[in-house]
Design a protein around this ligand. Structure first.
Ligand SMILES: Nc1ncnc2c1ncn2[C@@H]1O[C@H](COP(=O)(O)OP(=O)(O)OP(=O)(O)O)[C@@H](O)[C@H]1O
Ligand SMILES: [Mg+2]
Length: 485
C-alpha cells in the first residue's frame, strides 16, 4: 500500500497505546469480522479502546477524542505526507481510509461502520482539510465562525451567537489549521507576524491573530461566504425592510444616488450593498474595490479589485486608496468600495462628485449622522490639510443618501434608517430622514416587532434625479405606502 513506512512491521501491542485498556484475552479485530454478521451497534465493545459515538457530530465524548487521537497519531507515524500531498483529494482520502481501517483492526477498536465513517471523516478533515472546522464550513446557515483557542468554538446562526461542541486537539492543531488557511494566500502566521487576513477557497473572509498577541491561544474569525447572496426580496421576507422601503432602496440604486451604507459589525452592510447593486443598469461599467472580495455583482461589465497586504519582507502593499485612485483612470461609471476605512474616503468622495454618480460604499457607524462625521475624521486623519468646513462641503456635495443597517438585540438585521444629505447650514451638515424603523414591541418569542414608516417627506432631495430616470411616480407611491403602513 502506498505511503506506508511502518505498517508492515509488527504493530506495537495495542495495550501500550490504548488509554483505559482492559485486558482482553482474544480480541477479535472489528475489521476482520465477516460482513454477513455485522456487530449490533448497541453491543458492548469487547475491545481495547472505547468506541466513539457516531451520532451528535458536534458534541463528541472524551472517549471519542482519545480514540481519534490514538488512531491519528498512528496514522501520522505511518503515512508519508509528502507523497500524500501529490495525490488528488479523492485518492488521498481512499489512501487514508485504507490505512485507518488497518489501524483500527490492529488496535482492536470495535466500532460500527457508521462510527468508523464518522471517525474517518474527522481524520481526513484533519489531514487534508481544515480539521474540526470542516463540518461548520459545510453548513450554509452559519454567518460567522469564531475560534477562541482550541477549546472554544462559537458560531453565529440567525443573528445569535452560540457555543458549539467542536474543539481542536490542542492549540498546536488550531495553529496548523490557521497556517494552512493563510498559506493558501501566500502568507504566514507565527510569533513574528501574528496578525493575518486571508480568504478560504470558497470566498469566506478569515482573520487570524496568534499568540503572544492572543493570550489564550490562536484566535480565528471566519465570515462565511454565502453562495446564494440575499436579494432585496429576501430582506423584505425577513422583515428587514418593508416592501415600500425596498422600493425606495431600489430607486436609490437605479437612479444613481451616491450612497453610503452605515452599520455596526455584522449588521448586514455588505449584504445590503450587494442587493443595491442589483439595480445598476447592465450598460454601466462598475469597478469594485474590496479588502476581501465579497460582492457578487450580476452585471456584465464589472471589474473586481482587491487590496494586497505587504509581503513577508513588508513590501508590495496595495492599499484601498491606491485602488480607488487607480479606478479613476479606468473609466468607471460607478465605483463601489466594500468598506471605507481610511484616507480612501477622500478619493471616493472625489469620485462621487466628479461624474461617477451612483458610487457606493459601506462604513462602520451607528447612525447616518455619525457616518458623515466618521467620513470627515477619515479625511482629516488621512493627512489632508483641509479646513473642516471644506471637508464638510465636499461631503455634502458628494453623498446623497445614507442607509443605516443594524443587528437588533433579538439577532434580527434591519434597515433602521434611510436619510438624505440636504446641505450645510453654517458649519453643520443637515440630513433628513425619509424612512425610520419604529420598534412597536416584542412577540412571545422575544422577536422585536416594528414597522418602517416614512417621516412624511413627500419630495426627497433626489426627486429630480428619480424623475430624470422615470422613477418619480414609483417613488411617490412608495413614500405614500410607507406613510400608510
Ligand atoms: N437582512 C438580513 N437578514 C438576515 N441575515 C442577514 C441580513 N443581512 C445580512 N445577513 C447575514 O448576516 C451576515 C453578515 O452580513 P454582512 O457580511 O453583510 O455584514 P457586514 O455588516 O458587512 O459585516 P462586517 O462589518 O463584518 O463587514 C451574513 O451571513 C449575511 O448573510
Ligand atoms: Mg462587510
Amino acid at each position: 500500500m502506498f505511503g506506508k513506512r511502518s505498517l508492515n512491521e509488527p504493530p506495537e501491542p495495542a495495550a501500550s497505546s490504548a488509554p483505559a485498556k482492559k485486558p482482553s484475552p482474544a480480541p477479535a479485530p472489528a475489521a476482520a469480522a465477516p460482513a454477513s454478521q455485522p456487530r449490533p451497534k448497541s453491543s458492548a465493545p469487547a475491545n481495547d479502546i472505547a468506541a466513539p459515538q457516531a451520532d451528535a457530530p458536534e458534541f463528541r465524548s472524551e472517549a471519542y477524542y482519545r480514540v481519534k487521537s490514538t488512531i491519528f497519531n498512528a496514522l501520522i507515524e505511518t503515512i508519508d505526507l509528502a507523497q500524500l500531498a501529490q495525490l488528488d483529494p479523492e485518492s488521498a482520502r481512499d489512501e487514508i481510509r485504507d490505512i485507518v481501517a488497518e489501524i483500527i483492526s490492529i488496535k482492536n477498536v470495535v466500532m460500527s461502520i457508521a462510527e468508523q465513517e464518522s471517525l474517518l471523516d474527522d481524520i481526513c478533515n484533519d489531514v487534508l482539510g481544515y480539521g474540526p472546522l470542516e463540518p461548520l464550513l459545510a453548513r450554509d446557515d452559519i454567518a460567522d465562525i469564531m475560534v477562541n483557542g482550541a477549546g472554544a468554538v462559537f458560531i453565529e446562526v440567525s443573528g445569535k451567537v452560540q457555543k458549539t461542541g467542536v474543539r481542536f486537539r490542542d492549540n498546536g492543531q488550531l495553529m496548523n489549521v490557521c497556517q494552512r488557511i493563510v498559506s493558501q494566500v501566500g502568507r504566514r502566521v507565527d510569533e513574528a507576524s501574528p496578525i493575518c487576513d486571508a480568504r478560504l477557497p470558497d470566498g469566506s473572509r478569515v482573520n487570524v491573530i496568534a499568540p503572544p498577541l492572543a493570550i489564550d491561544g490562536p484566535s480565528l474569525t471566519i465570515r462565511k461566504f454565502k453562495k446564494d447572496k440575499l436579494r432585496l426580496q429576501n430582506l423584505v421576507d425577513f422583515g428587514s425592510i418593508s416592501p415600500a422601503g425596498a422600493k425606495i432602496l431600489q430607486i436609490i440604486g437605479a437612479c444613481r444616488c451616491n450612497t453610503l451604507i452605515s452599520g455596526g459589525t455584522g449588521s448586514g452592510k455588505t449584504t445590503l450593498l450587494n442587493t443595491l447593486t442589483a439595480f445598476i443598469d447592465p450598460s454601466e461599467r462598475v469597478i469594485t474595490c474590496e479588502d476581501a472580495a465579497e460582492l457578487q455583482l450580476q452585471q456584465p461589465h464589472v471589474v473586481r479589485l482587491e487590496t494586497r497586504p505587504p509581503n513577508l519582507e513588508g513590501s508590495g502593499q496595495v492599499t484601498m486608496r491606491d485602488l480607488v485612485k487607480n479606478c479613476l483612470r479606468m473609466r468607471p461609471d460607478r465605483i463601489i468600495v466594500g468598506e471605507v476605512r481610511g484616507s480612501e474616503a477622500f478619493d471616493l468622495l472625489q469620485a462621487m462628485n466628479t461624474g461617477h454618480d451612483g458610487s457606493m460604499g459601506t462604513l462602520h457607524a451607528n447612525s447616518p449622522r455619525e457616518a458623515l462625521s466618521r467620513l470627515e475624521s477619515m479625511i482629516t486623519m488621512g493627512g489632508f490639510s483641509l479646513p473642516p468646513k471644506t471637508i464638510r462641503e465636499i461631503v455634502v456635495a458628494s453623498v446623497d443618501v445614507v442607509i443605516q443597517a443594524a443587528r437588533l438585540r433579538d439577532g434580527s438585521r434591519r434597515i433602521t434608517q434611510i436619510s438624505e444629505v440636504m446641505g450645510l447650514e453654517g458649519d453643520t451638515i443637515i440630513t433628513q430622514d425619509l424612512l425610520l424603523f419604529e420598534i412597536t414591541g416584542e412577540d412571545s418569542n422575544g422577536r422585536i416587532m416594528g414597522r418602517h414608516r416614512s417621516t412624511g417627506i413627500g419630495r426627497p432631495r433626489f426627486w429630480e434625479r428619480a424623475r430624470y430616470f422615470g422613477l418619480d411616480k414609483e417613488l411617490a407611491q412608495a413614500l405614500d405606502e410607507s406613510e400608510a403602513d
